[in-house]
Design a protein around this ligand. Sequence first.
Ligand SMILES: [Zn+2]
Length: 563
Amino acid sequence: MKLKSSYFFTLRENVKDEDSVSGNLLARSGMIKKNSSGVYMYLPMGYKVLKKIEQIIREEMNKTGAQEVLMPSLIPEEIYEASGRRALIGASMFALKDRFGKPFVLGPTHEELFVMAANHHVKSYKDLPFNLYQFQTKFRDEPRPRFGLIRVREFIMKDAYSFDKDLDGLTLSYQKMYDAYKASFDRMGLNYKIVTADTGVMGGLLSEEFQAVTDIGEDRLVLCDTCEFASNIEVSPCVTHDIPLEPFKDLSELYTPNVGKIKDLVENYQISEDKMTKSMIYMIDKTAVLVMVRADDEINEVKLQKLFGATVVELASAEVVENLSHAKIGYAGPIGINIKIVADHRIRSMSNFLVGANKTDYHFQNVNVDRDFKVTQYADIRNIKPNDECPKCGGKIYFNNGIEIGNTFKLGDKYSKALGLEYLDADNTLHPVIMGSYGIGPGRCLAAIVEQNHDDFGILWPKALAPYTVGLVIINTKIELQNTTGEDLYQQLLQAGVEVLLDDRDERAGVKFNDMDLIGIPLRITIGKTLEQGKVEVKFRNEKEIQLVDLDQVLPFVKNFLK
Ligand SMILES: [Zn+2]
């Protein structure tokens, strides 16, 4: 491509409303442009990179025997009603009506449609297994779109669905996808971890996430310094060792005016956090439950949801809390409250601790379980923390941030049962088809690659993904020899199949160099003064040194670089 006659622009300044390095660099380099909150245009170079990412994924999918299809985005709402997911996905679904008043949604994920497609094919066990996939636009009305391409409302997703007759079959199909995902992310040069995760709105038996390790990731990855343990914080189990209780002290009230917050209690009363509890009232499928953890722990809502098999877990409103505790917010506690109490395992080993007194401006101190109140149920309901014990090997836990670039689900028969996808076995008995579903976000991959490959000057694309691998810069377009040499090298490289960009604009050299750095072209060839000696300057994007190469050696040099 020649820049002078192309759609191409870059921005000198950082983009104000981009809150991530990748969003900012991709927008500054003219690869993407925000259209509305969480909705982006992919401009020529950005789209070129996106297509390369898609092609890597497509090749790895095709190697497994999966077949590519394309489903619609516009889907009758009743299909999601039938699977039970309309309510579950709720306001995150874009919903609309057609001119006759029939309700439709813009698909946020496509299990339902693939079950319908499978139903046109599957009659007996002989029709299984198979795997279908697509690259298709998804819509999710995110409450807080952010981080450029990472949390968006419209995005392309590669989703795949496997169909098997039994769990053994699913295990094989799942492994194929798992391997194809690893191969895809390896080819993209991503630094990633594979972690077990919550099955969330997908439901099913197992979920694993492929998480790109970055500074800004929204997910907290739980990793072990000793073994291979890797988990999303949402589902990481905690290890609790019971410790002997201290002799009980007498229960007493403590006057704590205007200090409903833990940190204020620590500061004002010199009580350490491990001698306090956090009591929060949750609505778990519309039933109020008091949830207790040690004050320095965090409540894990996904664990709560699993514990109750609940659909909705949310903090109770101020009104509900004040009604149940008969006190202002911040003073709820377990003593005398008339609802179920679920406590983290760690509470069992606490003695003489502090709780809210269900009375405004008061806490109870020297509280002890069983003597002063009863716990309905103990469970693992807290978040694991750095330096905690690894649940697998006893090693030390540390955290990384991650961007979820892919996920794999063993769905089992959840969707086939709900939507009637069955097959006849050899004895003529009907069974539900066993499914898996597998997603990759190519846009997120693109963002994660930039998060992992950039410097102060711009992006550093890996060779396999760069929009162009070689950038030819003509220093002075007023000098005819530079122009003709540039054109000649451009044609040589094009004919050799090299993706080459020619900067033939009438701009200052500094502008051209800055743009090449910003858009992250891996190899820059400069046609300038050294032409008098029959040489050009060659520089790799990730190195500082400039080399001189003879004109007739440029093509072999580039070929060697691309090897
Ligand atoms: Zn470990």
